[in-house]
Design a binder for this molecule. Sequence first.
Ligand code: AMP
Length: 225
Amino acid sequence: MVPGARLIVLGKQGAGKGTQCVRLSRRYVLPHISTGDMLRAAVKARTPLGLEARRYLDAGDLIPDSVVLAMIAARLDQDDTRTRGFLLDGFPRTVAQADGLDEILKPFSIDLVLDLVVPTGLVLARLMSRRVCEDCGAIYSTFAPPKLNWTCDFCGGDVVQREDDTEEAVTRRLALYDAQTAPLIARYATAGKLVPVDATGTVEEVAGRLLALVEARLGAGGAGA
Ligand code: AMP
């Protein structure tokens, strides 16, 4: 068990972060905080944040750091993350965001950074076939669709292709990952927090590897042990 663990999951778009985070968060009862899901919800609800964020999301560009940091600071200020820890998915994505997160968490810090490692050719194929539920964010693919007529098995919402899963936006997002997010890997490795995980293979295989690694690092005496 990892009570109260503070985890980050890194990995290129299409590495399976969302799918694996849902499993990890259920297994350890950790709040799953996905900045992509939060931003898409804001766009759908047409909040001021959503109206501002929309053009970045559609183009596959990153939202300004200050905007994302304000959103995360507000979320991490809620009681559930203080007592139960959290799983960050899609954040931090830049060095400035990682610096901002360190400030927000003081006097605490991140326990572990799981890096889902996959070759670029494989993530491209995964992203082009990915389909998601517009309402709850459940992830499907053209090879593993929902049971009934592109209606979500869990909530009945419409299952669609994301606007930013086009070839152009995907290429842009992968280039941004290499330029902006990959440097975080060296940062967390130097801090002794990084755990690379082979994210090729089936969802079950990757989930098994992840659980084994989390237990090995945090299992014995809880988070930070
Ligand atoms: P994701 O679902 O994590 O692939 O995120 C979808 C889109 O949301 C990204 O392409 C960005 O436009 C935006 N986004 C999500 N998280 C962040 C972040 N941490 N920093 C900046 N933009 C973000």
